[in-house]
Structures are given as C-alpha cells and as structure tokens.
Ligand binder design. Structure first.
Ligand code: ADP
Length: 223
C-alpha cells in the first residue's frame, strides 16, 4: 500500500479563533516504512495522524491510498476501509474492560463479521509474549501487557499500515522500552508500514525514517 498525502491542511474554528493546526503537510508512506513524527505538544501531531488515517477530514489537500482518494469515501465506506486496512495503537490502550485480552484482540474482526485465523492469532500472541495472558481481563494485566494486547488488536485484521499515537506515553520507561522493541520486531517480522507520533525525541530516534512537526509544519529530518 502506497499512501500519499499532498498539501494536507486543517483549520479549526472561525474568524479570530481560527487555528491552523496543520499547514500543507505532504508525505509519502511506502510499504514497510517505519516513520516517526515528533513534535512538542500542540504542534499538530494528532491532527496529522487523524487525517492520514481517515479518522478526520482535511480542510484542504489530498490523501490517496494506492492512488485512491479516500476523502471522497462516505463515512460508512471510510470506517469499513479503516477496519480492514489500517491498525491503530493508542497511548491509553483503549481496551474494552469487560472483554478478555483475546476478545479485545479479535474485536475488529467480529465487527466485520469475520472469524479469526487461529494460527495468525497465536503467532501474534507469541511474538508479543502474551500467549498466557489471553484469558485475562485488562485490569489483570500490567500497562505494558495491555499495550501488547492493543498491538495484537491493531494487527489482527492484517492491515497494510499501523498508526501509533504516543504508544509509550502511558508507560514507565522500562515497559515503554519493551513495547518499542516489540514494535520494532513486529515491523521487521510482518513488514507492515508503521507511523508513530511522539513528543519524545529518544523514542522518535528509534525509527529509520524521521519527520518533525512544529506549528503545523511538517518536515523530514535529514540522516
Ligand atoms: P499535538 O497532537 O501535537 O499535541 P494537536 O494536533 O492536538 O497537537 O493540535 C494542534 C493545534 O490544533 C493546537 O493548537 C490545538 O489546540 C488545535 N486543535 C486541535 N484540535 C482542535 C479542535 N478540535 N478544535 C480547535 N482547535 C484544535
């Protein structure tokens, strides 16, 4: 999957209260890319991630997935597209508290009326070191384990790209380090494109391709 964002802008509010959260951001994401986008709080990271992943629509600009303009899809088409082709990892994990780890992982498939591929599910659980945690409820897991469950959920539908929003932001440095090395392993093993936003330059430095964003302006970091 080749993703191309061209001059994406997002303006919130009207008149005097107008805020340009994102100012003509352009970016190409190739299959298998691992990209970090770093910037301080309020720089436009979440806005960019929401636009790239089709969670929100730009004020102007164009976004294509394999040449197809996804801004032209209806809300219903867009949510089906996201469920099948895009994985998400959030800072706050966002697991459903009444479901077991396994049920949380397969939830995106159930929403699409599909059954899990048990071999793939077991492979993911093994890769993420959560095989013996699958019957547990989220509150019975550590933060790092909850995030690993959330990573499995992001991958279960076999997406082409995974977007991660401050994936270690809610973890202590040791669990955060473990989650980052698992993300690197997953990226190498499964070859999915991975796009991560973070305010932490040490986390950003772990990605082979780095971008930075300041006041809504996106630029590639050399080297
Ligand atoms: P970051 O993720 O880097 O912290 P955001 O993308 O959340 O930055 O925000 C970028 C700018 O846009 C900030 O100035 C923020 O206050 C503003 N902003 C974000 N969302 C909204 C919104 N829904 N309405 C108005 N302003 C917003």
């Amino acid at each position: 999957m080749h993703i191309q964002a061209q001059d994406l802008s997002k303006i919130y509010g009207q008149g005097e209260n107008q805020v340009t959260a994102l100012n003509r951001a352009s970016l190409e994401i190739a299959p298998g890319d691992f990209i970090s986008i770093a910037g301080p709080s309020g720089s436009g990271k979440s806005t960019l991630l929401h636009l790239l992943s089709g969670l929100d629509r730009p004020t102007s600009g164009r976004l294509t997935y394999d040449g197809r303009d996804i801004c032209g899809l209806t809300d219903r088409e867009l949510s089906a597209f996201r469920r099948r082709r895009i994985g998400f990892i959030f800072q706050q994990f966002r697991l459903l508290p009444v479901l077991t780890a396994r049920e949380n992982i397969i939830m995106p498939l159930l929403l699409d009326r599909k059954q899990p591929d048990e071999t793939y599910l077991n492979h993911l659980a093994e890769l993420l070191g959560i095989q013996d945690r699958l019957t547990h409820l989220p509150h019975e897991l550590s933060g790092g384990q909850q995030q690993r469950v959330a990573i499995a959920r992001a991958l279960i539908a076999g997406p082409d790209v995974v977007f991660a929003d401050e994936p270690t932001g809610n973890l202590d440095s040791r669990s955060g380090g473990e989650v980052m090395s698992l993300l690197q392993t997953v990226h190498q093993e499964l070859g999915k494109a991975l796009v991560m936003i973070t305010h932490d330059s040490r986390i950003a430095a772990l990605a082979p391709r780095r971008l930075s964003i300041v006041d809504g302006i996106l630029s590639e970091v050399a080297g």
